[in-house]
Design a binder for this molecule. Structure first.
Ligand code: URA
Length: 269
């Protein structure tokens, strides 16, 4: 029990650091229990964060890679042109704080397009979507479905990192959305998995009062493409118990694609 609490706290701190937090509030007792320094900024020493323990009985543990396709098709020129346009974009204020734009990456003919909110610190530094801690969990989710990361396409509503990882404003989302819409038109995914409220709200205006927890797991549509709303991996890092419902959502997607549900590994090792 104590281990689980410590692991949740550890996951939370690691997530905050991942999201670019400069300081993380925690009592000295917690820091001592986690073997973190009690002085200075915890965030300035990310390597001091203990590695999370194996995820135990959660569904998203390391899976054997079983690529659905031997080698992904070449990136079509239209996607490259779009990425170049994105890299030169100054349509909203977010461009002033970016290191790199993050157009998204993956198989240009994917069965599944995963959509998140916006790049975080690691993504901004590398110019790649979902490469930080949330991205590592996303990789496990993808592999739990029997795919490799290279089999799917991963993108965000916003292509630039908002300052302090704040949620992008509606205006910033609407300004950036034409890029994602053009990507979707080129990629023609069979299914879109929208991760988190921002991704869902960006693509499908939800009726007043609807929340991600109400709509998750229920099919929506984006321009005729089935869209599965589910929780964001960063939320799962803070709320590991929510991995179960997300796994149900991913299984629904597998059923739609006519793919078998790979057996869930309940322990690592
Ligand atoms: N969170 C997101 O929504 N997107 C990323 O690329 C990384 C973290």
């Amino acid at each position: 029990m104590l281990n689980e609490i410590l692991k949740d706290v550890s996951d939370y701190i690691a997530w905050e650091l991942e999201e670019g937090a400069v300081t993380v509030e925690a009592s000295p007792d917690i820091l001592a229990a986690l073997s973190l320094p009690t002085t200075g900024s915890a965030a300035s020493t990310p390597s001091a964060v203990p590695k999370p323990e194996p995820t135990g009985s959660t569904p998203f543990v390391e899976q054997k890679k079983t690529p659905a396709t031997p080698s992904p098709p070449a990136i079509p020129p239209a996607l490259k042109t779009l990425a170049a346009e994105i890299s030169a974009c100054t349509r909203c204020g977010l461009y002033t704080g970016r290191t790199n734009t993050v157009p998204g990456q993956g198989n240009p003919q994917p069965e599944i397009l995963f959509v998140g909110e916006a790049p975080g610190k690691d993504e901004d530094e590398q110019g790649l979507a979902f490469v930080g801690r949330a991205g590592q969990l996303l990789t496990k989710m993808i592999e739990a479905m029997g795919f490799a990361r290279e089999d799917v396409f991963i993108a965000n509503i916003n292509k630039c990192r908002p300052p302090d990882n704040r949620k992008p404003s509606r205006e910033e989302m609407d300004t950036c959305l034409p890029f994602l819409k053009r990507q979707i038109a080129i990629l023609k995914p069979k299914v879109i998995i929208a991760m988190g409220a921002t991704a869902v709200e960006g693509l499908v205006p939800l009726p007043e009062g609807e929340t991600i927890s109400k709509v998750r797991g229920q099919w929506l549509q984006f321009e005729g493409i089935p869209l599965m709303p589910t929780y964001h991996p960063a939320y799962l890092l803070r709320n590991p118990a929510m991995k179960r419902p997300v796994w149900e959502d991913l299984k629904t997607v597998l059923g739609f694609l006519g793919r078998p549900v790979p057996p869930v590994k309940t322990t690592e090792g």
